[in-house]
Design a protein around this ligand. Structure first.
Ligand SMILES: [Zn+2]
Ligand SMILES: [Zn+2]
Length: 300
C-alpha cells in the first residue's frame, strides 16, 4: 500500500484515518482523548492505518516507554527508582517482621504468615518481569493478596524454576561426586566445572523466569523453548546471564561472610537478598523486553 499524505500537511505521511470525515491524518492531526486518538478536524475516532500508529493512548504510552533508552547499568538502580523505593523499603520491613515472627512466634501462625508473604514475593517477581517487559522501570505494586488462584500456579512455577536453577549443579555432583567439595582443597578444575554448571542453571532459570513472568506459569518448564530463546537472543542473553550470575554469587558470598555479624549483618544480608530478588527479576524482564519478537514467537 502506497503511503498516503496527511489531508492538512501534504508533506507528511498519514498514519491515521478519521472514522468520521475519512480524512488521512498525520500524528499532529490527532489528539489523545481519555483512551483513544481523535481527529482534530471533526472529533471522531482516528483509526491507525495499516497497524502503524498506536490504536489507543495506552498503546502510545507503552511505545514511548519502550523506545526510551535504558541501559543495563541503569537496571542495577531499579529497586531505588521513583516510587519503587517505597516498595523496596516496605518489603524490607515486611521481611523483618516475618523473620521476627518466625523466630520468636509461638504456634503455627508465624509459618502461615511466612508462607503467605513468600508466595506474594513470588507473585511480585513475576509482576516485575511482566511490567519490565511492558516498559516499566520502577517496582510495581504488590500482586493481589487474596488471589489464591494466582498464587498457587505462581509458586509451583517458581519451584520449577528453582529446579532448573539447581539441576545442572546436581547433575555435576552426580557425575563427579560430592567428595571433592567435602575435602579441604577441591582442585581448580573442580571449581571450574562447578561454576560452569552453576552458570548453566542460572542462565536457564533467567530465561524461565522471564518466560513464566511474561507468558504465564505454564511456560516455566519449557526447557526446549528456553534454549531456543537463549540462542536467538544471542549476545544479549549471554551478557544478561553473566550479570545475573555474578550478581547472584556476589550476594551469596557477602551474605555468607555477614553470618558472623549479629543484627547488622542480618539487616544487610536481608537488604542484599531483596535487592537480588528484585534486580534479577528486572533483568529477566529486560531480556524479554529487548527480545520481544523472539519471545512472543516462541511462547505465545
Ligand atoms: Zn475527522
Ligand atoms: Zn497533519
Amino acid at each position: 500500500m502506497a503511503a498516503q499524505a496527511c489531508a492538512t500537511h501534504a508533506d507528511r505521511v498519514a498514519i491515521y484515518q478519521c472514522d468520521g470525515c475519512a480524512k488521512p491524518l498525520c500524528a499532529d492531526c490527532v489528539q489523545a482523548s481519555h483512551a483513544l486518538f481523535l481527529c482534530r478536524l471533526c472529533g471522531e475516532r482516528a483509526i491507525p492505518l495499516g497497524g502503524v500508529g498506536p490504536a489507543t493512548v495506552k498503546e502510545h504510552a507503552k511505545r514511548q516507554r519502550l523506545s526510551r533508552r535504558y541501559t543495563l547499568a541503569q537496571a542495577f538502580f531499579y529497586p531505588f527508582r521513583g516510587f519503587g523505593l517505597y516498595m523496596f523499603l516496605g518489603t524490607l520491613v515486611s521481611m523483618a517482621i516475618v523473620e521476627f515472627a518466625v523466630r520468636f512466634g509461638i504456634g503455627c501462625f508465624p509459618f502461615l504468615l511466612a508462607i503467605a508473604f513468600w508466595s506474594l514475593m513470588v507473585g511480585l517477581q513475576f509482576k516485575i518481569v511482566d511490567t519490565t517487559a511492558e516498559g516499566g522501570d520502577e517496582l510495581p505494586d504488590w500482586p493481589n493478596y487474596l488471589s489464591i488462584g494466582e498464587r498457587i500456579p505462581d509458586v509451583l512455577a517458581y519451584v520449577g524454576i528453582a529446579v532448573l536453577q539447581f539441576a545442572p549443579m546436581a547433575a555435576y555432583f552426580f557425575l563427579v561426586g560430592p567428595q571433592q567439595l567435602l575435602t579441604d582443597d577441591p582442585s581448580l578444575l573442580y571449581w571450574i566445572g562447578f561454576s560452569t554448571f552453576g552458570w548453566l542453571g542460572s542462565a536457564m532459570a533467567l530465561v524461565a523466569l522471564g518466560a513464566a513472568g511474561r507468558f504465564g506459569p505454564g511456560a516455566a518448564l519449557r526447557v526446549d523453548l528456553h534454549l531456543r530463546a537463549f540462542v536467538a537472543a544471542g549476545r544479549e542473553a549471554l551478557v544478561i546471564a553473566n550479570l545475573v550470575f555474578v550478581l547472584g554469587i556476589t550476594v551469596w558470598v557477602v551474605r555468607l561472610a555477614l553470618r558472623a555479624v549479629p543484627l547488622a549483618g542480618a539487616a544487610v544480608a536481608g537488604t542484599l537478598g531483596a535487592y537480588w530478588i528484585f534486580t534479577s527479576a528486572h533483568l529477566a524482564g529486560l531480556l524479554v523486553r529487548r527480545n520481544a519478537v523472539v519471545f512472543e514467537e516462541l511462547y505465545d
